[in-house]
Design a protein around this ligand. Sequence first.
Ligand code: KIV
Length: 291
Amino acid sequence: MSATPLEVPRKITPPLLLAKKSRHEKIVCLTANDYPVARILDGADLDLLLVGDSLGMTRLGYDSTLPVTLHELLIHLKAARRAVTRALLVADMPFGSYQVDTKTALENALVLVKEGGAEAVKLEGGHRYVRRIEHLVAAGIPVMGHIGLLPQSVRVMGGYKVQGRTSESAEALLRDALALQRAGAFAVVLEGIAAEVAREITEALEIPTIGIGAGVHCNGQILVTEDLLGLGFTRKPRFARQYLNLNQLISNAVRQFKEDCAAESFPSAEESYHTNNAPDSMTTEKQHADR
Ligand code: KIV
């Protein structure tokens, strides 16, 4: 028997995120839209993984998040669900799935939870959505708020514009954040908000703030994984630090494959199957495994 007990990674829940805020521990989050990426990210012990509607742009080639349907989000959510065991798995409510009325919002949130396996949902907007959030929370669905730059309201906002630069806008954001907290949200995403204002909101709230383009003082940070990995063709915002150039790495690998095919160095003898009487040099363990 092993002397050291197995370390069981702790499942992240909304109360644990609250506890992290009180311990001044940063909450680290990323988007995760498919099985392999979600599995790698979960294995890296992130706190929260979001199946975000940004997948419309990063994965589906739309030019905004507006066309994403509940069905499309559900497919990605189910793939991530099969991969994630530790992080809190949150699903975005796509545009149109919660705006109509409280009843539809609840029905659609229930689909994400029951069919998709989401442990919480996120929706964009401040005080206008208080009733909806109260309803979802009363039904047992944890809700993450999202204020500031709201990609689903890009047409109303007249573009992807940083919020909270004036004192009126900063005060409105603070009021929205407090309203979301009163409504029962367990956390709030602050997107594209002046860092000073994000700090003020973070200090005023008991629930954690998760920043994206909102400076360093938020309780946690979230990025779109494709931005961090340098994968894809969407415009990278200035706050999105790129840690890898996956576009380049994939392109290099594929060009190398093309060269190897042309030079007939692919497939090698070991990468081929052979008859039983082929010379020994060709029969490797790989071949015996018959894969
Ligand atoms: O959809 C998404 O990726 C998001 C993050 C930007 C927070 O909502």
